[in-house]
Design a binder for this molecule. Structure first.
Ligand code: C2E
Ligand code: MG
Ligand code: MG
Length: 633
């Protein structure tokens, strides 16, 4: 009450100045004091108002405690609960009996442990825990811990000691904050579209790999680039393009082993860090597996998409001692893979790149030929000599060059093989031939030539099964012709693939038989169903007796080995008569028909029937001579 004493002071001052009024003043002052002093009633009123205020404050405080987002509890020096708010009860799902003042902390703690882990802990352990908690709190003066609950909640608890030996603890639910921290962390490391590592993180992992790898085991960097992704993106739009990237990323992830890392470097480029590569063929196998899985059709927003990829591989430590060097080598290997026809993988080989980079106009043009629709298939009939009808057509590739005209396969297939472009070209030929064959009579098969390179570097079995499934052509209507060069390379995988194709029902024939040194030996390496004697032997009958002898013995050999035999290069009625007499099952050559366009198939079938009929009425002399010559051998 400061204003009351000031008044008294002022009265006292006036008392000093006016002595004559002294007595009067004294009595006046005591009257005044009496007047100013609150009565008992008034004092009671003040107290009641103060009490009300306090109660109001208390109510406010309680309401604030009850409604605050954080849990709060207070414990006394005997570790008994003094008070707690609703949030505290909610966080620990406490029953009312344990939220009452006076509840020992040990009881709350035992209840909490039982609820979370299903295990009841003894009083001793709980007491020990509380003792440890208190001593740490007293030492540090402040404690903080994060409690992770099995239901996913994350609670941060802060303990503040009180002067009387008790403490206050505050619980804050930081689940959402944790999630957003994790999300930020995730975003910093991942490509949001494909959800695999981003360029930055991939590089970090590669750096880490260089720092920590076991020198006895190297690792490989595979740099993958999708072939002609831009076309799909431009043609079908970004949504489909994005969907395709997601699908590719998911397949890449599925091809990895634990410890490997897959990342998107940007656009349609991906990278794989393959760990534990102590043999080159491990990287080779992974690349093969990846290309195989990417080639399977992708279903994206109602589109069935086909995509191929090229992979450049660099091995550490032999090709690079740091991420830059390794990336540079993988890049060069990728360039090489792309320039060799795409759809393939290449391991970095010093020197090979400059060679690949040497400009070769036809090579460069061939690279574009397929994309520009310049390749076509012509079909040449193969006639069953017993039944007198076309049993199959052989698909033969031609290049309709925009300025050089029609280029025969003898000119471009070697380049395609040298550059490995044949892998893509061969797959195209296979697919196109199966599509075309679907329009032919059901008993007419299609024969497609396979190059050794296709058998070695592509997943030809998967490609064949996929093409058959896609086009709906029964496996029994497909024949694959391989030459002896395939077998000369003696690749164990080739044998295996041929066997699987044979089991599938696809007929494998040995083409150009006899042109190779030690041909007979190759016959033993795989149970072929058909032998095609090279046209160079057939061409020279009946003039050259040695050819006649070879032609006849090959037919006999085929029969002995339970194989069908085909005579290629039959140009005249005389040579047809000769090969028929020699016992060939089938014949192919200009006598029946040259290779024709797909649109000329029907006419070719008719023409073959006419030629067969004509055979029986052909000049008896030439027929008889050829037959006599062959039989006399
Ligand atoms: P090939 O598989 O032995 O095909 C038969 C070749 O003989 C074809 O030559 C055909 O036009 C030719 N020919 C057919 N009848 C006669 C005839 O009566 N007389 C003569 N002198 N020749 C005849 P083409 O079309 O020039 O093909 C040459 C080679 O190119 C093929 O020999 C085959 O090895 C290869 N080739 C053609 N298309 C493909 C293909 O799609 N893939 C692969 N890998 N190679 C192919
Ligand atoms: Mg052939
Ligand atoms: Mg041939």
């Amino acid at each position: 009450m400061p204003h009351v004493s000031q008044r008294v002071l002022r009265i006292a001052q006036s008392k000093g100045q006016k002595n004559r009024l002294r007595d009067d003043s004294v009595s006046a002052a005591s009257d005044e004091t009496a007047r100013l002093q609150p009565t008992l009633e008034q004092q009671l009123g003040i107290l009641t108002r103060q009490n009300q205020k306090l109660e109001q404050l208390n109510a406010c405080f309680e309401a604030a405690l009850e409604h605050m987002g954080r849990g709060l509890s207070m414990f006394d020096a005997d570790q008994r609960l003094v008070m707690c708010n609703k949030a505290y009860v909610d966080i620990y799902v406490l029953p009312a009996s344990l939220a009452r003042p006076g509840t020992p902390l040990i009881d709350i703690m035992r209840y909490h442990t039982l609820r979370l882990s299903g295990e009841e802990i003894s009083k001793d352990i709980a007491t020990e825990w509380v003792r440890d908690h208190l001593s740490r709190l007293q030492q540090a003066g402040h404690r903080e811990e994060v409690q992770c609950f099995p239901d996913g909640r994350v609670i941060r608890v802060t303990y503040e000691p009180l002067a009387d030996g008790g403490w206050v603890d505050i619980q804050e639910d930081i689940t959402a904050q944790r999630r957003s921290d994790e999300k930020i962390e995730w975003l910093a490391h991942h490509d949001t579209l494909t959800e695999i590592s981003n360029r930055f993180h991939f590089r970090k992992r590669l750096e880490h790999q260089f720092e920590t790898y076991d020198p006895r085991q190297g690792f490989a960097l595979l740099w993958l680039d999708l072939d002609r992704f831009k076309e799909i993106n431009d043609r079908l739009g970004h949504i489909v393009g994005d969907g395709l990237l997601k699908s590719v990323a998911a397949r890449l992830r599925g091809s990895m082993r634990a410890g490997d890392v897959v990342g998107r470097l940007g656009g349609d480029e991906f990278a794989i860090l393959q760990v534990g590569v102590d043999r080159d063929d491990l990287a080779d196998n992974l690349a093969r597996r990846i290309l195989q899985t990417i080639r399977r059709p992708h279903e994206v927003h109602g589109h069935r998409l086909h995509i191929d990829a090229s992979i450049g591989i660099a091995l550490a430590p032999q090709h690079g001692q740091d991420p830059e060097q390794l990336f540079a080598c993988a890049d060069m290997a990728l360039y090489q893979a792309k320039s060799q026809g795409r759809g393939i993988h290449t391991i970095y080989a010093p020197g090979a790149v400059s060679e690949a980079a040497t400009p070769n106009p036809l090579r460069a043009e061939l690279l574009e030929a397929l994309d520009r629709d310049e390749l076509v298939l012509h079909y040449q009939p193969i006639v069953d000599l017993k039944e007198g009808r076309v049993s199959s057509f052989e698909a033969l590739m031609r290049w309709k060059h925009p300025s050089r005209g029609m280029i025969p396969p003898s000119e471009f297939i070697p380049i395609a093989e040298e550059t490995r472009l044949i892998v893509r070209m061969g797959t195209w030929a296979l697919r196109q031939a199966c599509i075309d064959a679907n329009d032919w009579p059901d008993d007419t098969k299609v024969a497609v030539n396979l190059s050794a390179i296709q058998l070695e570097s592509g997943d030809i079995y998967e490609i064949v099964t996929e093409v058959l499934a896609e086009t709906g052509l029964p496996a029994e209507r497909l024949q694959l012709e391989i030459t002896e060069t395939v077998l000369m390379r003696d690749h164990a995988r080739t044998q295996e693939v041929l066997r699987k194709l044979d089991e599938l029902g696809v007929l494998i024939s040995l083409d150009d038989f006899g042109t190779c040194f030690a041909s007979l030996n190759y016959l033993r390496s795989f149970p072929f169903k058909k032998l095609k004697i090279d046209r160079s032997f057939v061409r020279d009958i009946p003039e050259q007796h040695d050819c006649v002898a070879i032609v006849k013995s090959v037919a006999d050999l085929a029969r002995e080995l339970n194989m069908r035999s085909v005579a290629e290069g039959v140009e005249t009625a005389a040579s047809l008569a000769a090969v028929r007499a020699a016992g060939y099952s089938e014949a192919q050559g200009f006598y029946f028909s040259p290779p024709v366009r797909a649109s000329g198939i029907k006419r070719a079938i008719k023409q073959c029937a006419l030629r067969m009929a004509a055979l029986d009425t052909t000049v008896a002399g030439s027929k008889a001579t050829a037959t006599r010559d062959i039989q006399s051998k």
